[in-house]
Design a protein around this ligand. Structure first.
Ligand code: NAD
Length: 495
């Protein structure tokens, strides 16, 4: 039997290197400013990380541009790029325990999920795009007997990737996979709250054979390093994942600089519709609790609004409240923990203020509603379920990004659809009904990028992920993601 890992001992022995990764190596940041990297597990510093400035971003973009211009990566045959990226995926898996520990310490998710979900999903994403890249062909358009029109995909150049803290590795991989496979260079700006795994990924990529300068990472704050990257005149596209507030800024930055392409993957307030003809309310209740409280509710696609028919609402609320004790907030380094710590003190305060607002507006907490483990110095909230929520309440309208579920009641299908669509967001939705005609009708009427029927957990790299309305304008994952990081060129030949 494999000995159990003492994650606390490993955490205590950890030495972090928070310097930028530029041109294939760690470098000192230009002016040496740092940010103390606080772990949400216990509120203590993991060490200092560079507070990247415009000069660091500029150095990274220059390095990326030089690598692109001399074609050390883009000029390699797709099959050669594939082999390097496959090695990168293998090396990510080989570093599984180290990456999982960094991810958990940095953002508070349970170590068992960092090991079983985040690291394998990151490796799978890189491998998926590696495997795809030598199977994509250019096109010849049927333009007439004396002409040949070739339509070719070319890498764009330098891609700026700006990612959030909730899935630091997976969100990085969703940008890196298609951007690198297509032959681009990348400058990645991880969240200031969780920069450690992105920095380690860059080292692993170069150890796997990725040429120097192709993948650079500059840690730092959004309003400094992030803004400098999004405004840089020599960045061709920005793949941004984060809040709708900052997504708006990304479009402004592009307008103020070089009209770079901007792909926004933003927030959500996903609706989970339960119709009275669905015959297994218990499964629906356990599914919504599992999806809502996974990652402490810090998931863009968390099904945070349950809309349930009034005839089954009391029963449904009882069933979902009975799930809450299985998701008690606990030390993420304990291998059996299923819900860990919120990312930082600010997020803890935000979530608690939404909980207060729900109570003040008249919603009724049937589970949670309180902080947990405050004596540890970490940032923990109990899984919270509000009944009696109406569409006008703040907790039903705004993205909370914490373990807070709102239950609303509807009278008929038309009202359910109207309530679900009454949101600025449109990331995901779920419909629970035993009638295939109703399930299809409602799925079609919902304004969301992904609609699940009678489940919420199917996921695959083959399918696109993204939102309608203010949930964004791009699609991560799938072959569609190549469109974001490639230009189409038409070449006419007279024959
Ligand atoms: P955020 O918008 O605050 O930050 C995201 C990134 O942008 C970070 O790296 C941050 O440093 C940077 N940033 C912040 N201000 C900036 C600025 N002025 N200029 C340039 N960069 C700036 O979001 P967050 O709190 O890190 O993440 C949570 C948000 O991400 C939620 O809204 C969540 O729904 C969303 N999200 C969306 C998806 C998706 O695929 N749609 C996936 C995960 C998370």
């Amino acid at each position: 039997m494999k000995p159990t890992i003492d994650w606390h001992a490993r955490a205590a022995a950890l030495k972090i290197d928070g310097r930028p990764f530029i041109g294939g190596r760690r470098v000192d940041s230009v002016d040496g400013q740092t940010i103390s990297n606080i772990s949400p597990v216990n509120g203590k510093s993991l060490g200092d990380v560079s507070r990247g400035q415009a000069a660091d971003i500029d150095a990274a973009v220059r390095s990326a541009r030089a690598a692109f211009d001399d074609a050390r990566w883009a000029g390699q045959a797709p099959a050669a790029r594939k082999r390097v990226l496959q090695r990168f995926a293998e090396n990510i898996l080989a570093a599984r325990e180290e990456l999982a520990l960094l991810e958990t310490l940095d953002m508070g998710k349970p170590i068992q999920y960092s090991l079983s979900v985040d690291v394998p999903a990151t490796a799978r994403c890189i491998a998926w795009y590696a495997e795809a890249v030598d199977k994509i062909y250019d096109e010849i358009a049927p333009t007439g007997p004396n002409a040949l029109a070739l339509i070719q995909r070319e890498p764009m150049g330098v891609i700026g990737a700006i990612v959030p803290w909730n899935y630091p590795m997976i969100m990085s991989a969703w940008k890196l996979g298609p951007a690198l496979a297509a032959g681009n260079s990348v400058v990645l700006k991880p969240s200031e709250k969780s920069p450690l795994t992105a920095l380690r990924l860059a080292e692993l990529a170069v150890e796997s054979g990725l040429p120097e300068g192709v993948f650079n990472v500059v840690p730092g704050f959004g309003h400094e390093a992030g803004e400098a990257l999004a405004l840089h005149m020599d960045v061709d596209a920005v793949g941004f994942t984060g809040s709708t507030r900052v997504g708006r800024k990304m479009l402004e930055y592009a307008g103020r600089s070089n009209l770079k392409r901007v792909y926004n993957e933003l927030g959500g307030k996903s609706a989970f519709l339960v119709f009275p003809d669905f015959d297994d309310l218990k499964r629906a209740a356990s599914t919504v609790a599992g999806a809502m409280f996974f990652n402490q509710g810090e998931s863009c696609n968390a099904p945070s609004r349950v809309l349930v028919h009034e005839s089954v609402a009391d029963e449904f609320v009882r069933l979902v409240a009975a799930e809450a004790p299985s998701y008690q907030a606990a030390d993420p380094l304990n291998p059996t923990t299923v819900m860990g710590a919120l990312v930082d003190e600010g997020q803890l305060r935000t979530v608690m203020s939404y909980i207060d607002s729900g109570k003040n507006e008249g919603a009724h907490a049937v589970a949670g509603g309180v902080q947990a483990l405050s004596e540890t110095g970490g940032f923990y909230v109990q899984p919270t379920i509000f009944d009696g929520v109406t569409s006008a309440m703040k907790i039903a309208r705004e993205e909370i990004f914490g373990p807070v579920l709102s239950v609303l009641r509807f009278k008929d299908e038309a009202q359910a659809v109207a309530m679900a669509n009454d949101s600025n967001f449109g990331l995901q939705a779920s419909v629970w009904s035993n009638h295939i005609d109703r399930a299809h009708r409602v799925a079609r009427a919902l304004r969301a990028g992904t609609v699940h029927v009678n489940q919420y957990d199917e996921d695959d790299l083959t399918v696109p992920f993204g939102g309608y309305k203010q949930s964004g304008n791009g699609r991560d994952k799938s072959l569609h993601a190549f469109d974001k990081y490639t230009e189409l060129k038409t070449t006419w030949l007279r024959i």
